[in-house]
Design a protein around this ligand. Sequence first.
Ligand code: ZN
Length: 505
Amino acid sequence: MEIPYRHTEKIKINQHTKDPDRKRMDAFRVAVLVLPDAPRKPHWERLAYADVLKARFQRCRRRDKHACQLLTDLPNAAGTRAILQTVKPDASNFELLCSARKIAAELRAQDPTAVLLHIAGFDRPTASRLTETLTAAILAAVCPMPSYKSKTDKPAALKRIEVYGLEQPVDLAQVLAESIGNHLARWLSALPANDLTPAHYRAFVTKLAAAEGWKMDFLDTRALARRKAGAFLAVAQASPVNDAGIVHLRYRPAARGGQRLALVGKGICFDTGGVNIKPARYMNGMHEDMQGSAVALGTLLALSRLGIEHPVDCWLALAQNHIGSKAYKPNDVVTASNGTTIEVIHTDAEGRMVLADTLALACKEKPRLLIDYATLTGACIYSLSSRYSGVFSNRDALHATLTTAGRESGERVWPFPLDKDFDEDLKSTLADTKQCTLDGEADHILAARFLNRFVDDDINWVHVDLAASNRKGGLGHIPTDTTGFGVRYTLNLLLQQGALEQSWN
Ligand SMILES: [Zn+2]
């Protein structure tokens, strides 16, 4: 199946500083009109068809004084569907993204080729936030997702977004890059595991790297054996096909001298749990256990499209966690590439095994900042739900910045501790460390402590446990259960918070 990750590139976005008149409105089948929560006369006066819209909205408010959306058809030849939304100017970006998702869903149902977006009555920063969040949500809503139905749904018709009423055009480059990266992450994650095998995944990444001008290496199981990557290989050894390995992508900007960034992702294309096999309820959906790698890849794609001035290395740990006579077992002892010996406790904790060697390899390139993404632990979901993802760092000073990036991007995260004494729980009589425990207490923190062993102390490290990778009905501006959480977050962390340029010691 061809991966249509460039779908949203074909959508034109034009911005206008004037307000649209009736004639303009008549040319659209769908118009989105955004006003402040308690619209006053000067706000209404900026709208075309103000009299009709005001009367209908006030009727709506008389029925429900909290009503903030009116869906109505304008009395013109096109019967333009107007989606009138009122917004509290102090709403958080997460709230704006959620309301934008609802608007985008209505728009998607109408399936127009062009949409008019009129934002009236807000100060400049709020108007910018609204333009960004609405654009992000509309692009997310019209992205196709994989379908194997014999009668597939028609792709969305949208070709053009016309934004009106802005004091000044808004720079949407980051939103556009993010939407491509997020779409790629969601698409890959939604593919079934018999389609997205490690071999197919690698073949796609090879084509993508060529198209985007990245260098690519693939460390297959033989290359990993030479590097003594025993933790990764323990997981891969039960695969019926020898297709596991670590992809290494290099983005290099034209100008030299930027700070080096490394992105690492867990890419378990299917997780049976191994010999500690998962029950049906928990195995269902495990084709998405590669979402960390898809988020790392989507983030690289977005950064590369933005022409970021920093070199980026991206590492994807691609494998399947299978059952079978060759599978690794509890109490096996394996040696990772940095010499650490690991006592296996539970074969379903395979994510930290493949990441151990991948992180150790990534550290050899001496990045300034290393970020890894993984659908790693149920404990993180129990702690935060699927509304937030968990973050960990070997630099406490980073916590405030990590949280701010979550609040600003609307992909919310919360930090967990990473104190040394947690290691006592991972003490092994046989090896340097246990892989995990069977006690079930704070497994997300123990997993992060375990990974910390494979990250050099002098590297700023952020570990993202993707609790929010899948949420029924979507999350924020994303309408699908598969969220691709992390691309938008990381762009904010790097580009708005400047996490790469600062020293965090
Ligand atoms: Zn697992």
